[in-house]
Write a protein that binds this ligand. Sequence first.
Ligand SMILES: [Zn+2]
Length: 385
Amino acid sequence: MSEQQGFDLVLAGGTVLDPASGLNQRSDVAITGSKIAAIGVDLPRDGAQVIDCSGSTVVPGLVEGHSHIFEQVSKVGAPADEAHLRRGVVAVADAGTAGASTFDAFRRLVVDGNAMRVTNFLNVSVLGLIDFRFGELLNPETLVVDDALATAAANPDVVRGFKIRLSEDVVGEHWQMLLKKSVDLAEQAGLPLMVHIGETEEPVPTVLEHLRAGDIVAHCYTGKPNGILEDGKVFAEVMAARERGVLFDSAHGKSNLSFVVAKQAIEQGFLPDILSSDTSARNWHGPVFDLVTSISKLHALGAPLDECIRRATIVPAELLGLDKEGYGRLEVGGRANVTVLTETSEVVLPDASGNTITAPRFEPTTVLHDGALVETVAWRGGQSA
Ligand SMILES: [Zn+2]
C-alpha cells in the first residue's frame, strides 16, 4: 500500500484466528479490492470503511467439506449460496448428491450457478443421491466404473473424490463388493473415497480394513449402530486407521451427530479431521442449520476453537485441493475471504439423536467473499434458552 492510498475496508480489533498461518491474536485485517492488503495492529483507517470486530473472532472464509446442494434435481439438495455463502462458507464439497448421469446438470446448476467455489465427491452410483427413500446402490449395476472415471477425468476442477453411502438401506447385501469396487475406482482416478457410515451391516473396524490413507469416513460421531465407539471407547482400529492416514469427517446431518458419542470421543482426544455440517434440504432448518452451528456444537462439547476452525478451513481446503486456489487461510496478498464470528448468548442446540445442549453459538456477523461484503441471512434456529 502506498501512503497516498488507503485501504477499502478494515476489519478492526477482532481476534484473528487462522490455524494455517498460526495467527491467534488481536489484529486488524485490511482489504483492498479482492485481496487482503495487511494484517496488523492499529492499521491506518483513513478513508476506509471500518467494521468494528472487537469481541469477535476473524477467521478465514469457511470451507465446508460435506454438504448436499443439488437443489433442483435431488430431494436432499439445499440451496447452495443461501445455506452456505450467506452463513460464512466460501467453498464447499457436495458429498455424492450427483452421480455420473446427473453430473452435467450439477455442473450447470450448482457449480456455475452459485457464487461459491463448488467441488464434489462424485457418487459411485451413476444415479447419485436423488431421493433418500430409494438407495442408489440397491441395484449394484448402477456402479458403473467407466462412467465414474470418465466424469472425474473430464471435470478435474470439480470432482475431487468419490462417495459411497454404505448404510444397509443403500447398499443392501452387496456392501463389500461395492466398497471394493469403489476403492479400486478411486485408486485408478488417484482420488480419495468418502465412505458414509451409520447403520452399516458390519462394524466400523471391518469397513476400515478396506480404506486407504486419504480416504474419508463420514459421520464419525453417528449415534446409529456401528459407530466409532465400543462400550464408550473409541475402537482401537479407528485410532489405528487414523494413524495410517484415514480421515474422519463429522458430517452432522439429519441423523448422524450424537452429542453423547461426540462428547465421549472428544474427551478421548478424538476430534474429526474434517468438521462439516452435511447440510441438506432435510436439515438446514434444523437440526443442522449450517456449518457455523456445527462448529458451535463441537466447541461446546469441548473441542478447542482453533482446532474446530482448522478443521473447517485449511484441512478441507487441502483435502479438496482448494488451498492452491487461496482458500482456507488469511494471508497478505491472498484472497479476501473472511468470516467474522460473534458469540451469541446461550441457546438450545439439538443434535440428531434427540439430545440438546444449552450453549452460546457463533454467528457469522460479517462475511467477505473475494473482498465483497456478502448479504448474510439470520440463523434459522431461534429458540432462546
Ligand atoms: Zn451426506
